[in-house]
Design a protein around this ligand. Structure first.
Ligand code: AMP
Length: 249
């Protein structure tokens, strides 16, 4: 069985991004980019399924500019077998990505699609859910454990107050949470090997999909600066301040 893993190229989580001075977005010039962390977990999980003999092939797909080739090569160094780049310079929003992924799912016929629960740049948390709806497949979001058995995926999900276990008929869509696994360290030989793996490039127009944005960003602003704290000499002063200054008790 094939596992399809969509991966987004985002600003590295260790980088402190800055808002552009005209408030139109975030300045990504010269910023270190990386695979979205939740997608790295998704790739790791798919590769572990293949290594365990539950999956035959792991295909990663990234939608975006030609730079996403680099993102796909990283996923192939983790262990994905091949990559698909849906190349466009357009500003892609979750619905457009979900439509592109649906076309690829129809073509590749995977039994399982594992996405990240959210991309850490826009924090949308929408693409997996939209894709499942477009395909009419069952979905389990925020997975902390995935077990494949007898044509079903048994997924443990992190919910408020505990864990929930769902059994989904395949094919299905699953999105990853942080505790699903710890992605492996990518070695130099695996990076070299990844360079030789197949990478196909297609364009949204050839897939018959209009990726024009449906939402407009009006303004992006920095969060307000936190003011400095004060040290209080004793508990009595703290209580007095909480009562009379902060007025929280
Ligand atoms: P989002 O709904 O934007 O928070 O993204 C959720 C997940 O959808 C990500 O973790 C990826 O697995 C997938 N995804 C989002 N955007 C893209 C993209 N441009 N290319 C490939 N996968 C994507």
């Amino acid at each position: 069985m094939k596992v399809l893993v969509p991966v987004k190229r985002v600003a590295d989580s260790n980088v402190k991004v800055r808002v552009k001075s005209d408030g139109t977005g975030v300045d990504l010039a010269n910023v270190k980019m990386a695979v979205n962390p939740f997608d790295e977990i998704a790739v790791e999980e798919a590769v572990r399924l293949r290594e365990a003999g539950s999956a035959a092939e792991v295909i990663t797909v990234s939608c975006g500019t030609s730079h996403c080739q680099e993102t796909l090569r990283t996923t192939m160094a983790i262990g994905a077998d091949r990559g698909i780049l849906v190349e466009t310079d357009a500003d892609l929003q979750p619905l457009a990505v979900a439509k592109l992924l649906k076309v690829l799912a129809d073509r590749e016929q995977p039994q399982l699609i594992i996405l990240g629960k959210q991309a850490i740049d826009d924090d949308c948390n929408q693409t997996g859910q939209m894709l499942a709806a477009l395909l009419g497949w069952p979905q389990a979001t925020f997975a902390s454990k995935i077990v494949l058995e007898a044509g079903r995926a048994v997924v443990t999900r992190e919910v408020d107050g505990g864990l929930e276990t769902l059994s989904l008929a395949l094919p299905a869509v699953v999105t990853t949470d942080l505790r699903l696994n710890e992605p492996r360290y990518v070695t130099l030989p695996s990076i070299m090997k990844a360079k030789k793996k197949p990478l196909e490039t297609i364009k949204p127009l050839d897939m018959g999909i209009d990726v024009a944005p449906r939402l407009k960003t009006l303004k992006v602003t920095e969060p307000p600066k936190r003011s400095a704290g004060v040290l209080v000499p004793d508990v009595a002063t703290l209580i007095e301040k909480l009562k009379n200054e902060a007025k929280v008790i």
